[in-house]
Design a protein around this ligand. Structure first.
Ligand code: HAM
Length: 433
């Protein structure tokens, strides 16, 4: 049998990984600007965490979790999402600050769901997410959404829309549920088998169905925002007002309910018309009950998760340019085997020196004695801006020949000084970060 990656998983190859790292770097920078700090939680947790957090009636918990028993018979689950683990860690390490127990945390890494793989849907996928715990003002929902939009804008993405809805709170949701259930019952025969089954457990889930049959059958369903209690209604109006203040365009989307049970009040998704069926790049919302549900104090919270696989596909497809930092890149070329040891040491010296705060990327052919022409070809293919050429002649003079790979101009520099010399020239060429 040929060994292959497991269905629904994939390798990210050189060429892709650099782009991923760049995107992650922008995420970190934008989130830090909003006061968020990174939290890394384990890839697996006690199964109960997700059962209680994400919800027993959700697709995630009923059929998509990678759950296994460890050698002592404990039930563990590969994390299907990041919010429940963040809340657990928040409580476990008392991360809340001040009276309101505030903490702004972000995370990135793989999540696991046993879904049917298709374009944009994997069984191991990556998220970058952010959670603001201890925040209840509508401006915090708006800030969270604006941070997400700012992150996506930094990557040069356009043509995205923010869908916004509210799912109310435990005070007003029962009224809505009752009304929705009556509506759905009246057209039960037109629903898909899956939705008919969901009907009894959680009618909201039916609105979440992406099947055309269900979308058609539920057209004209009652809208949550017509059933809100006074405080949920004020909150929803506040979120919209603050989004306006921040200049974030959005569309009200009555069908948007999200697939996780912990949401209260605000829910949102960022979609792209370019992504096909799996069109949500990011999703999130408010979860005011979750910290309390995990045994903590009442702590309102809001956050989102971005699907990095879908984000990368969008970047690829739209040709959006990710800004990259200028980078120094040098090649050291040995003319004849005798010069090789000196070249190896010189390459090491370049790699230990910093340009723009980073080690200088240095190419050296590790086949001593390869022809100069072939080495120069490789140097140029590797993207070097300067080649430092050393042979018997140069060694005798204590000099190196330096070739500017762009202008093809050549000059000599004292061997003891060549790193500084090139460093100074790169400084002149390279823009500021
Ligand atoms: P979610 O909507 O389940 O929310 O996932 C967020 C994003 O992850 C989706 O919009 C999508 O881009 C990506 N995603 C989900 N499943 C897959 C998959 N199988 N393959 C590829 N990408 C996928 C959450 O996970 C919540 N924890 C978000 C949140 C944070 N809410 C509040 N705070």
């Amino acid at each position: 049998m040929e060994l292959q990656a497991v269905r629904g998983t994939r390798d990210l190859l050189p060429g892709e990984t650099e782009k991923w790292a760049e995107v992650e770097k922008w995420g970190r920078a934008v989130f830090a600007a909003f006061g968020y700090r990174e939290l890394r939680t384990p890839l697996f947790e006690h199964t109960e965490l997700f059962q209680r957090g994400v919800g027993e009636t959700t697709d995630i918990v009923t059929k998509e979790m990678y759950t296994f028993e460890d050698r002592k018979g404990r039930s563990l689950t590969l994390r299907p999402e990041g919010t429940a683990p963040v809340v657990r860690a928040y409580l476990e390490h008392h991360l809340g600050q001040g009276e309101a127990g505030q903490a702004k945390l972000y995370y990135l890494g793989p999540m696991f769901r046993y879904e049917r793989p298709q374009a944009g849907r994997y069984r191991q996928f990556f998220q970058i997410g952010a959670e603001a715990i201890g925040y209840d003002h509508p401006s915090s929902d708006a800030e969270s959404i604006s941070m997400l939009v700012e992150f996506l804008a930094r990557l040069g993405l356009s043509g995205l829309s923010v869908d916004l809805n509210t799912v109310g709170c435990p005070d007003c949701r029962p009224d809505y549920h009752r009304e929705l259930l009556a509506f759905l019952k009246s057209r039960e025969d037109r629903l898909s088998p899956d939705s008919r089954e969901r009907l009894g457990r959680n009618p909201l889930r039916v609105l979440d169905s992406k099947l055309p049959q269900d979308i058609e059958a539920t057209a004209g369903a009652p809208k949550t925002f017509n059933f809100l209690c006074t405080s949920c209604s004020a909150h929803f109006a506040g979120v919209q007002r603050h989004l306006g203040l921040l200049g974030v365009p959005f569309e009200l989307q009555a069908r948007l309910v999200r697939g996780l049970d912990y949401y209260t009040r605000t829910v949102f998704e960022v979609k792209s018309g370019r992504l096909g069926a799996q069109n949500a790049v990011a999703g999130g919302g408010r979860y005011d009950q979750l910290v309390g549900q995990f045994g903590g104090p009442a702590r309102p919270a809001v956050g989102f998760g971005v699907g990095l696989d879908r984000l990368m596909a969008l970047l690829q497809e739209s040709g959006a340019l990710i800004e990259t930092e200028p980078e120094a890149h040098v090649a050291v070329v040995a003319v004849g085997e005798k010069a090789f040891p000196r070249c190896l040491a010189l390459a090491h010296q370049f790699r230990r020196s910093l340009f723009n705060g980073f080690p200088v990327r240095t190419f050296l052919d590790l086949n001593p004695g390869r022809g100069v022409k072939s080495q120069m070809k490789r140097a140029s293919a590797s993207g070097a801006t300067y080649a430092v050429i050393l042979g018997d002649e140069e060694l005798a003079k204590g000099e190196a020949t330096v070739k500017d790979m762009v202008s093809e101009e050549q000059f000599s520099a004292p061997l003891g000084n060549v790193v500084q010399e090139i460093g100074a020239r790169l400084e002149l060429k390279g823009g500021k970060p």
